[in-house]
Design a protein around this ligand. Sequence first.
Ligand SMILES: *[C@@H]1O[C@H](CO)[C@@H](O)[C@H](O)[C@H]1NC(C)=O
Ligand SMILES: *[C@@H]1O[C@H](CO)[C@@H](O)[C@H](O)[C@H]1NC(C)=O
Ligand SMILES: *[C@@H]1O[C@H](CO)[C@@H](O)[C@H](O)[C@H]1NC(C)=O
Ligand SMILES: *[C@@H]1O[C@H](CO)[C@@H](O)[C@H](O)[C@H]1NC(C)=O
Ligand SMILES: *[C@@H]1O[C@H](CO)[C@@H](O)[C@H](O)[C@H]1NC(C)=O
Length: 456
Amino acid sequence: MFYSFSFTLQLLLTLISFPLFSTTKNLPSKNMEPFELETLFKIMEALSSDQDWRISYPNPCQPGSSWPGIECKFTPTDNHFHVTRLDFGTPPNPSCHKSATFPSQIFHLPNLESIFIFQCFTQNPTTISLPPNMPLTSPLQQLSLRSNSALVGKIPPQISSLKSLQIITLSQNRLTGQIPVEIFTLTYLVHIDLSYNTLTGTIPIELGHLEKLVGLDLSYNNLTGPIPSTIGEVKALQKLDLSSNSLSGKIPDTIGKLHSLVFLALSNNRLHGNFPGGLTGLQNLQYFLMDDNPMFVPLPLEFGQLKKLQELRLSNSGYSGTIPSAYSQLTNLSSISLQNNRLSGQIPTGFANLSRVYHMNLSWNFLDGVVPFNSSFLKRLGRNLDLSGNPGLCLSPSDVNGVNVGVGVCGNSKTSSLMKPLKKSGAPLLQCSFNLLYLVNVALVFLTLHCRLCFS
Ligand SMILES: *[C@@H]1O[C@H](CO)[C@@H](O)[C@H](O)[C@H]1NC(C)=O
Ligand SMILES: *[C@@H]1O[C@H](CO)[C@@H](O)[C@H](O)[C@H]1NC(C)=O
Ligand SMILES: *[C@@H]1O[C@H](CO)[C@@H](O)[C@H](O)[C@H]1NC(C)=O
Ligand SMILES: *[C@@H]1O[C@H](CO)[C@@H](O)[C@H](O)[C@H]1NC(C)=O
Ligand SMILES: *[C@@H]1O[C@H](CO)[C@@H](O)[C@H](O)[C@H]1NC(C)=O
């Protein structure tokens, strides 16, 4: 039995290796360096139980015998195949076993350019670790570790030894601690996504060193402190998402230097105070998302000059005064959200000219007067127009036509209470704003509702 088994095995091995040896005279023996092959198998064993990788894929870089999720490149100078890309976690790529842990040997693969590990570390808490004897030059350009609920601990500062990195994606893990400043020495970086972790501390001022950075997403973390003014030096930036942190202070004036910025999200922070005058520099901005901040200032006129704006979200932030009529110049605006503020006065008549708008929420403010929209406008927006919670607003009877935007008809006695001039309730309003200013913004929604009650 044993003899026959070992004989068969030997025969099998001979058969496998035979074509390689037989071709050496004419063609190069296109296999891998033993060290690289062994490292690769160790990584596969640490991550995946899909196969017995050594037996199923004895030569994983050989065209025709490689598994999905691996890419290799033949290097004529050394006559060998080298792994350039590894992709784990999503079919058809190899899936990970429950006890998979981070394979630090992965950084020893000498030609690896891209790593993708998605939904892989889910049970055994594991950390991103780099081996102590890192190669001096790493060609790794993309490190993407995403949706790994058991990937914990800090982002190691040694990540800065991966000098060729262009893309770092570490979103939806359980990473903690501060963003290591060392990351910002990686001057080839084009994209950083650290969203959906529980990173703490401040955004390092060293961020300004990244001249090539196009996308920065730090949303859904626990970052505190101000937005550093060095942000203005990241000139190539097109997408900046800092939403859902605890950032405080003013938006720095230098933000206006980001002439390439298309997407800016600052929602759900503790930002407050006046908008910087530099805002008008954002001439390519299409999305400005800044709900849920304790701003307590008038709406800035400057937005009216950002002609490319398509979406403007400024809800739930204590804005007061009137809606600037300059916003009517935003001809490409498709969505505007100003609900849950303390805006007063009339809806600018020019809003009726916003021909691309399909969503408009002005609910829960102190707007008054006749709604300036005709029946075709009301019909076009339908349920995407919300004007409710503005007791002073009414619709011209000729425009109503069965629409429900949360507003009564002008002059209708049943809704006459809606027409009461708001000025009467000036005193309680003041009282409320006093309270609002001195209480934490977390309670903003509830306070706003409460204010409504106290003068209604
Ligand atoms: C992060 O912030 C969230 C929401 O503010 C909070 O529930 C959580 O405890 C914070 N976590 C850490 C690690 O600070
Ligand atoms: C508005 O959008 C259209 C179509 O997307 C685009 O061609 C045009 O340049 C935009 N206008 C402005 C002022 O950005
Ligand atoms: C709306 O557009 C029309 C036609 O372009 C223009 O005549 C009118 O002045 C505009 N209304 C406002 C309030 O901007
Ligand atoms: C409604 O207003 C728009 C914009 O001012 C105008 O183009 C359109 O002709 C009006 N429609 C009706 C039915 O009055
Ligand atoms: C408008 O905002 C209010 C308050 O946040 C919300 O309840 C409502 O669903 C929104 N309406 C639309 C059409 O977006």
